[in-house]
Design a protein around this ligand. Structure first.
Ligand SMILES: [Zn+2]
Length: 477
């Protein structure tokens, strides 16, 4: 997943001049010389294009072996760990003094699938055109994998003394098969990746009209808990309508669910997010972000209506969301079916009590012939939000200021990532990502879209950002 996060539709963002950025004095790195970024760009592009050119929609092994070879050749011994032979994850470690607990930097090597007919350039060509690199995985998530790889190589080459181990993880199976990737690593190989902090996908820097406006750092994510509605009725001849018709009952239940928006509940991340977003948004839009924080339920509801209409991803951030996405029932036009079923995509707030929420859904459905139950699906655990008062968050915030000169917004993503499993183990995880044009998603170039692309200049800036954050957090003091 990549937080195609929060597309702020139509929310052109105001100038930053009035915003007090949280800044820290520049850090004097304890290295021989700063990296020569011009030289590094060529190397970055080579690794990035190579990774994109591996079709990792069903097996990650070629990409994993490539990463291992590059790390090994650079004097960083890497290991492959696999639950399924074709789907290994890669782990490598740079040793620190042990004064602090490790930092894990990661990117997943698998991608979602493609429909090649929809692509202007072949999806695994990594074609460079007009300042962009095109290909599946360019922003989900071979950008993070490349940036983490380059940071490892640079730390080694610059011989940076470290206060903590820096662990590289390129995991398989993030896109819907996390049991072979992060699930396996966390359940069976946790000591290999155990860390105080982790940096992964899930954030980005918003560019609007070609200018960077603010950085989103994912500190929390919703928890998927699919729910099924199964209507049971009496079967019969279609020429004799029955009151118990399962399709009619299910349709009524879905209509009631569709009209229901669960209560708004903010947490530290989303509260801070809307408050800060308001400071960098035009007044007419900022008003809605402020109103959503209002203690007055009427003011809040009006803002919620506006967000639901205009910025649905923001509306989803306010609550546990429900979207009915599958509806099945019936098999012949002249037969009344005895059963009809709908599947609801439910994304719970991290502190939601699933059993209580299921009861709420039953109340809304309000029909004894409609069974309401959890769908069986590969789950992700819920974990505590990453803290905003820790060294890692401060380092990310300071690096956003230094590299992008933008304000940092802590973000709760509505989708799920591999950070869920790590947060459940107590690792403080932060989702980061390169700058992408907010206009690109609606044009069909976003993560999981028909096409995918990243600006070359933003890939390089993201590598520098990674380097800044990691050295700030891990170098010896
Ligand atoms: Zn992803």
């Amino acid at each position: 997943m990549k937080t195609s996060a929060v597309t702020v539709a139509g929310a052109a963002v105001a100038c930053l001049a009035s915003v007090a950025l949280v800044s820290r004095p520049p850090v004097a790195l304890i290295v021989q010389a700063p990296p020569d970024w011009k030289v590094i760009e060529e190397e970055t592009m080579r690794h990035y294009q190579t990774l994109v050119r591996f079709d990792t929609t069903v097996k990650e092994r070629p990409a994993a072996e490539y990463l291992k070879r590059v790390l090994d050749e650079n004097g960083i011994p890497a290991e492959l760990f696999a639950l399924e032979p074709d789907r290994p994850s890669v782990v490598a470690r740079l040793k620190g003094s042990g004064r602090k607990r490790p930092l894990l930097i990661m990117g997943h090597t698998d991608t979602v699938s493609v429909d090649p007919s929809k692509w202007k350039f072949p999806p695994f060509s990594a074609t460079r055109d007009g300042g962009y690199v095109y290909g599946r995985g360019t922003i989900d998530d071979k950008d993070n994998a490349t940036a983490a790889l380059m940071t490892m190589l640079l730390l080694k080459r610059q011989n940076v003394p470290l206060d903590r181990d820096v662990i590289f993880l390129a995991e398989a199976g993030e896109e819907g098969n996390s049991s072979v990737g992060i699930g396996f690593m966390v359940n069976q190989r946790f000591p290999e990746i155990d860390a105080e902090y982790c940096l992964a996908e899930g954030g980005n820097v918003a560019r609007v009209g070609g200018e960077v406006k603010y950085a989103r750092v994912q500190t929390l994510e919703k928890v998927p808990h699919g729910i099924e509605l199964v209507a049971h009725g009496i079967s019969g001849h279609g020429s004799v309508p029955l009151k118990s018709n399962a399709i009619v009952h299910l349709a009524g239940a879905i209509a009631r669910i569709g009209a229901w928006r669960p209560d708004i509940r903010l947490n530290e991340t989303t509260g801070t997010y809307f408050r800060r977003l308001a400071t960098v948004s035009p007044p007419d839009v900022a008003k809605h972000y402020q109103d959503v924080l209002s203690p007055d339920p009427k003011v809040r509801a009006a803002a919620d209506d506006w967000l639901f209409e205009n910025e649905p991803s923001h509306s989803s951030m306010l609550r546990t969301s429900i979207s009915p996405n599958i509806f099945t029932g019936g098999y012949r036009s002249n037969v009344i079916p005895s059963e009809a079923k709908a599947t609801l995509d439910v994304r719970m707030l991290p502190d939601e009590d699933p059993a209580k929420f299921l009861d709420l859904v039953k109340d809304v459905v309000n029909d004894p012939t409609v069974e309401v139950r959890f769908a069986s699906q590969e789950g992700r655990p819920s974990g505590a939000q990453a803290r905003l008062d820790v060294e890692a968050y401060r380092a990310i915030e300071a690096s956003n200021t230094r590299v992008y000169n933008v304000i940092t917004l802590p973000t709760m993503s509505t989708g799920a990532t591999d950070m869920a499993q790590l947060r459940a183990k107590g690792v403080q995880c932060f989702g980061i990502g390169p700058a992408v044009d907010s206009e690109d998603g609606p044009k069909g170039y976003g993560a999981h879209s028909d096409q995918e692309r990243l600006l070359e200049s933003e890939l390089h800036r993201f590598v520098r950002f990674n380097w800044e954050v990691v050295t700030e957090l891990a170098r010896a003091r």
